[in-house]
Design a protein around this ligand. Structure first.
Ligand SMILES: [Zn+2]
Length: 226
């Protein structure tokens, strides 16, 4: 699965906030864009652009090259998005989210929760007991929460993410298989070439065989003498 520009934009804007949208749009599909061009095109201050670029760089989602401006004597940085890293970063974040959701679900299933009737707080059993089952905010008596809806929502999110991972896995497998088959073809070709070559080569020189025999004989003689 290759990420669409929309998907890339969505991921990067999650990191930068909506104010990063113009920069991200200028970077997508281009390579080695000068930071000054980025500032001009987004109509933003170079400092803001640099700050956003550094954030992306911290996540390793953007790479740069720099060139010295001979006239002015300073370096100009040219930026390029790294789509593979963006993909991997997205995968990592989703993995973490999945772990978190699973833990939450576990807790929802094994813990008892209590809520204030006017929704000030939601406390687990121990916390509720500490407050003698009264809301610490408004003093109302707490009710036991019905977690069914929450559990359902969590399960839905977990299922969605797991299905996505399953797709990724299958895609990975497919790619691996394709890679293996490609290797096989390359190997077969190599073999064919070698065969052709070796059939052209002269048969193994008898000279070396003779030499070996002579060496053996000499060794025997030396052994006997000892
Ligand atoms: Zn309350």
């Amino acid at each position: 699965m290759r990420f669409t520009p929309q998907k890339i934009e969505e991921i990067l804007v999650t990191l930068l906030g909506p104010e990063g949208t113009p920069l991200v749009r200028e970077l997508i599909g281009k390579a080695n864009v000068s930071e000054f061009d980025l500032a001009v095109k987004t109509k933003k201050d170079i400092k803001i652009i640099r700050k956003q670029l550094y954030i992306l760089h911290n996540y390793n989602l953007v790479g740069f090259t720099r060139k010295k401006d001979k006239q002015k004597g300073w370096y100009i940085y040219y930026w390029t998005l790294l789509p593979e890293n963006i993909k991997f970063n997205d995968y990592k974040m989703k993995r973490n989210l999945l772990e978190k959701l699973k833990m939450q679900l576990e807790e929802e299933k094994k813990e008892l929760f209590f809520v204030c009737p006017t929704t000030c707080v939601r406390l687990n059993f121990d916390q509720a007991m500490d407050f003698e089952f009264r809301c610490p905010e408004c003093g109302e008596l707490l009710n036991q929460d019905q977690p069914e809806e929450r559990v359902k929502q969590l399960q839905k999110k977990i299922d969605g993410l797991e299905a996505e991972f399953m797709d990724l896995k299958q895609e990975h497998k497919k790619k691996k298989k394709q890679g293996k088959e490609r290797k096989k073809v390359v190997k077969a070709k190599k073999k064919a070439v070698q065969k052709k070559r070796s059939s052209k080569q002269k048969p193994v020189k008898p000279k070396t065989k003779k030499r070996e025999n002579i060496v053996k004989k000499i060794r025997k003689i030396v052994k006997k003498k000892r």
